[in-house]
Design a protein around this ligand. Sequence first.
Ligand code: HEM
Length: 410
Amino acid sequence: MTDQPELFTWEFATDPYPAYAWLREHAPVHRTRLPSGVEAWLVTRYADAKQALADQRLSKNPAHHDEPAHAKGKTGIPGERKAELMTHLLNIDPPDHTRLRRLVSKAFTPRRVAEFAPRVQQLTDQLIDGFVEKGEADLIHEFAFPLPIYAICDLLGVPPEDQDDFRDWAGMMIRHGGGPRGGVARSVKKMRGYLAELIHRKREDPGDDLISGLIRASDHGEHLTENEAAAMAFILLFAGFETTVNLIGNGVYALLRHPEQRERLQASLAAGESALLETGVEELLRYDGPVELATWRFATESLVIGGQEIATGDPVLVVLAAADRDPERFTDPDALDLSRRDNQHLGYGHGIHYCLGAPLARLEGQTAIATLLRRMPDLRLAGDPADLRWRGGLIMRGLRSLPVEFTPGR
Ligand code: HEM
């Protein structure tokens, strides 16, 4: 590609990687107008991306966005509309971020996630039971979409009879993420009301779930307020949902398009090994990860990234998908190599906002992929890959549907 590529077109949504290769080479810190009309800097090289993700002069607080008054609230930048649920980890800076992250880390521990493994396996098997006899399925709607929502609801302590409401609200958010705001706003409102009530109930009658853990968590005598606990539960749901849908969707799709890699993985799973599954899921994140662009950052002072001056108030978007294909950092970056070891990808971010849910995402991703391949060993794409449609969101990258077929099993 020699000419500057057009961004945010249909072709770009289908395969953004050639455009990212061009940007990395010719305009590694590139100012562009986003579909919402906001102008932002795109950072595409690995070294610059890593630096920007950890740079404390780039704030996560949308109040630092310098935008014309007439555009306020219309840019699609989350958190601009002052809402209680929006004062969460991804929209705040130290010292508030440090305090909240320390408190949530006391409740959302790697141990809690490890103990959750049998439940994730059970949910995975139940969902597969629902379609395995048909010999065909849409893996997004019937599997990748419900699995993370049920898993997070369970972990948080949302009673089973209420989980389908969450499934509906989440469906509304994922379908209309970048589109009409009315339905999304209503879903967020319902979720907020529900979470506030649930937190209230758990305070009266605590269990061993994560919401009770959030309420109990204390640090030097400090606790989360009810509002902070609700915002935390909301961001856990929100950050942990569509990302995991796309990890499973993009991951399975990449495996189906690389038969020799998929056969290696199947052979290693059949031999009872887990090493290739573990490196493999990391590689799927690097190769075609769920988070295409890290969430918004805003310059609190003028600074230089990759030789480019960024003015105070300017929005900066770190393009994780571009950084993770940078040939300066990864050998043969456009190849999928499940056994890749030197693989410090940025799929979970970097620095103080590094993904809090990474252990849960790994657990869900590994369980989902291993179980699908074990129970449907001849899983294959149904139809032409050219007919697949990608969601055109800005931050996330994922398929709208993934039709597959296989020999009906049990
Ligand atoms: C932050 C990716 C799953 C909770 C992040 C960030 C990335 C990311 C890139 C940093 C964003 C930034 O710096 O702008 C992913 C991917 C996932 C995943 C690729 C799945 C494959 C999850 C899950 C949860 C979760 C399952 C929780 C249940 C969070 C939270 C933050 C975060 C709370 C904010 C952390 C902070 O600001 O301190 N994630 N995530 N994520 N993620 Fe994840």
